[in-house]
Design a protein around this ligand. Sequence first.
Ligand SMILES: [Fe+2]
Ligand SMILES: [Fe+2]
Length: 189
Amino acid sequence: MNSTALLTADHNRVRGLFARFKEAQAADAAAAMAGLAEQIFTEIQLHTTIEEDIFYPEVRQGDDELEDMVAEGLEEHHVVDVLISEARALTPGEEAWVAKLTVLIENVEHHAGEEESELFPKVRRVFAAVDLEAQARRLEARKAQLGAPTMADKEHLTVEDLRRLAQDQEIPGRSSMDRAELLATVAPG
Ligand SMILES: [Fe+2]
Ligand SMILES: [Fe+2]
């Protein structure tokens, strides 16, 4: 798997959490919203950390356009980081907290969409596939250092397990994912 596919898998795991958060919000399920928000914060902070530690510094060397895209990405990460800090200072469920989460979700959806439609395709044009596969291994190693689940930790799961988890976690696009994509995307049960 290449690094852009691995990072896209992270995005889809977070999109599943967003879908579940919005359903909890529609159902007025305050405790579920608070629990999902914590998972959202953890996933986003892990993902932005590995992008900032490994992916961004390496791909910004590619050319001037990549340098600009990464500079914009870092600013967007900063905004998201501020929103998470501000949300954490509020009481889960209160009106301002819900509004903060709504804006956080909108920001992350925009940022992840832009990475997938502009940055990642450009990275795949500029860098060799073999280099992006090596980069994915560095991203996985950093996740392991940070105590987060890696693909290796989920290797024992069957395709049926992975499909069930993807459904429970409301992973978008799950029906067309192969085993490797499911493995990269689902959170361990
Ligand atoms: Fe990012
Ligand atoms: Fe990302």
